[in-house]
Every structure is written in C-alpha cells, then in structure tokens.
Design a protein around this ligand. Structure first.
Ligand SMILES: Nc1ncnc2c1ncn2[C@@H]1O[C@H](COP(=O)(O)OP(=O)(O)O)[C@@H](O)[C@H]1O
Ligand SMILES: [Mg+2]
Length: 393
C-alpha cells in the first residue's frame, strides 16, 4: 500500500488557475518563508492542474544552479520542449552540477547540489539568443505556457543577473497572451527588491499572494497517513499542539512523524518539543549573532519583542542605552536596517519589520532579555562625541 503524503491545496490551486484562465492576472507572486510548502504546491498542485487545463508547464528553481540562472531556465525550457511528463522535466534539468542524495538526522532523504564553480555568471548574448529561440519554439507549439520561477528573488542578488531579468521582461511583454508566470520566493524583501529594480523593472504588475498556513485539514491528513503507516494514532488536539509548537512548518511536522514511524515513539508532543530544541541547538544562530554588530543586536532585540517606531525617541533611547552611548543618529539606524533587511528582517508595512526566520526571533527572545542594556557610560559618551566630530570617512 502506498500512502499519499501530499495534502492537496485545492482552494489555492483553483484560485490561481482561475485567475490565469480568466486573465485576471498574467503573473502572480507567491510568498512564504522556507520549508512552508511553496515548491510542493507548485509541483504537486499547480502544475498538474495547469497541465489538465491545457498549459505546458515549465518549472525552474533559481537555487539549483545559483551562479547561472539563465542556464537553469534554458534547460527547463529545453526539457519542456523535449516533452515527457512534468516530473521528468522537473528533475532532468541539471548539468554542471552534481545531484547528491543524502539522509538527514531524521532519516529523511534530501537532495543537495554541489556546484563546482561559484561566481555569478552574466548570460552572454549567445545564451540569451538561445533562450529566445527555444521560448519562441515552445510558444509556437503550445497555446499556453505556465512558467514557474521558484526562488525568483535570487535574480535580485547579483547585478550579473540584470540582463536576464531584462530579457525576461521583454519576452513576457511580447507574449502576454500566451504566458502565465508564477513567481515563488522565500524572502519577502528579496522579492520586493526584484520587483522594484529601477533598471529592469520586470515585475511591475505582479500581484502577490501569501501561501496560506496549513491548518486542520493538513493535521487530519497527516494523522491519517501516520495511522496507515504505523497502525498507531495521535489525537487531533495533540497533532494541532505539535504543529503549533513547530511554528506550522509542514516540513518539520512531517520530519517528526517520519521519526516516530521509524523509532516507534508515540508521544507526538514530546517528539515535537525535542525536534524544536534540536533545531535550535543545531542552528547557526550563536555564530550568526556573534558576527553581527552591537547596533544590529539592539535593533533585533527591539523588533523581536514586538516594538516598532525605529526612528522615534523611545527606540533611540533604548539603542543608546544598549550601546552605552549618549545618542544614536537616525542614519546609524537606517544603515543597520539596510544591512539587516533581506537577510534577517523584512519590511511588512510602513515602518514595521518582521523576522524572515521566526525561529531566529524565538532564539533571540530565549537568549536575551528586553532590558538587556547597559546604562550610558560617561566615558563612552565623551568618546562618542569626539568621534562624531571627526571628518567622515
Ligand atoms: N501540502 C503538503 N502536503 C504534505 N507535505 C507538505 C506539503 N507542503 C509542504 N510539505 C512538506 O514540507 C516540505 C517542504 O516544502 P517545500 O515545498 O519544499 O517548502 P518551500 O518550497 O516553501 O521551501 C516538503 O518537502 C514536504 O515534506
Ligand atoms: Mg522551495
């Protein structure tokens, strides 16, 4: 008996495909942090439904060959042209990189890539011409194409990719009627950067949708899969509490269940609590924290505890106190925020930031206190004032 672990997101699939079919939107952007189920949704829900509705799907993840996204795109299009089912297309597109399969601590198989060269490559004119040729051919042979660009924010990470972004924009503009695009990304800030690029504003008109959190249906589905696989059970309430402990991350929930099946453990709450602790222990947060500047620490603590208004007196006083100086200038805060954005923080509304990684926020709260600040030190204040008078570098 095979168990279908995939929990289908029917509503979202229908909403997206209807919007494409009725030309409500030509392009949509789906955002969610990592491990929340974007790729799973695109591969197992959206692409099969699109294929049923007569689209030829092209799937490319820009994280597969991070230095050469043009090559990834070209291979995906060539695979779509070469026909075969979508799964083959989705898995056959790697060259210049080795796909290694390894087991992680929970026995789960994980694919990872080792790419030999590591410098962002700007596509040359021959590659772009090749891309254009193949896309044109695909459009000639198929009425409708669904282009799924996974981890699209990666295109905004290097100026070497600007010509590809510009190329994509041109192709999409020219073929608006035939191509629908689903961008997915795990950094809200990275996506925003990509969409607002002045030189190559590719995505000026893409509506953004947030991937809904999985809820009761998913828990019931996992409960049933677990029961089929092990003959054992957990109650719905236990499942719900475990899922919430794991921040509603489906990947972590599934890992806990897999582990229970393999080890014979039966207390899902206990297993989830252990999994959570292990993740935090295994994480690189302590090293990451050490490498941040003192002002970054103070700002992250301020935001982790739910405070906003970064440029107001209350925050400035907090930062000054934390740093042991008399005052903190607005531009110092701006510089720190610019450093932290995209990497750790994301702007969600005017002046309001949230953590890209909720676990990092939890870690900060667990390891610091809101009042972890020193009283201003006279000596430091004097030094600070003197350094303020120095000519800027
Ligand atoms: N709808 C779902 N049904 C079952 N498992 C899921 C679902 N969505 C996500 N998962 C689990 O979470 C893991 C991570 O999902 P993935 O799509 O790779 O996340 P993302 O692309 O957002 O980083 C999947 O490999 C799978 O184990
Ligand atoms: Mg993904």
């Amino acid at each position: 008996m095979t168990i279908d672990w995939h929990y289908p997101r029917h509503d979202l699939t229908k909403r997206v495909m209807d919007a494409f079919d009725q030309s409500v939107s030509d392009t949509l952007t789906l955002f969610a942090p990592r491990r929340m189920g974007k790729t799973e949704f695109v591969r197992y829900d959206l692409i099969p439904e699109a294929a049923k509705r007569g689209y030829v799907p092209v799937y490319v993840s820009f994280w597969e060959n991070r230095d050469d996204p043009a090559l990834s795109l070209l291979l995906a299009i060539k695979s779509a042209l070469a026909e075969g089912n979508w799964w083959r297309r989705a898995t056959n597109r790697l060259t210049g990189a080795q796909l290694s399969i390894k087991g992680n601590a929970s026995g789960e198989l994980e694919a990872s890539l080792s790419v030999t060269e590591s410098k962002p490559t700007s596509p040359d004119s021959a590659t772009l011409a090749d891309l254009r040729k193949h896309i044109t051919e695909l459009l000639r042979k198929n009425d409708r194409v669904l282009l799924c660009l996974d981890e699209a924010q990666h295109l905004a990470t290097s100026s070497a990719f600007e010509s590809l972004v510009f190329f994509l924009r041109t192709i999409l503009d020219e073929n608006r009627k035939q191509i629908r695009v689903m961008y997915t990304g795990s950094s809200r800030d990275g996506l925003r950067k990509l969409f607002s690029k002045r030189k190559a504003a590719l995505f000026q008109s893409s509506s953004q949708i947030d991937l809904p959190l999985l809820g009761s249906g998913f828990i019931e589905h996992m409960k049933s899969c677990y029961q089929q696989a092990s003959g054992r059970e957990f109650t719905y309430t236990e499942g719900q509490r475990a899922f919430s402990l794991l921040h509603h991350v489906p990947r972590e929930f599934r890992s806990v269940i897999e582990k229970m099946i393999l080890s014979g453990a039966t207390d899902i709450l206990n297993e989830a609590a252990h999994a959570y602790d292990n993740q935090v222990e295994d994480s690189s947060y302590p090293v990451l924290w050490q490498n941040l500047k003192a002002i970054d620490h103070a700002l992250l603590i301020w935001i982790a505890y739910g405070h906003a208004s970064l440029y107001q007196e209350a925050c400035k006083a907090y930062l000054a106190n934390h740093l042991g100086v008399c005052s903190v200038e607005t531009h110092t805060i701006q510089n720190a925020i610019n450093r932290l954005r995209g990497e750790h923080l994301s702007l969600i509304a005017h002046g309001a930031y949230e953590f890209e990684d909720a676990r990092f926020r939890d870690w900060i709260i667990a390891n610091t206190s809101a009042s972890s600040s020193r009283l201003p030190d006279e000596q430091l204040c004097i030094e600070h004032q003197q350094s303020d008078r120095r000519p800027s570098e």
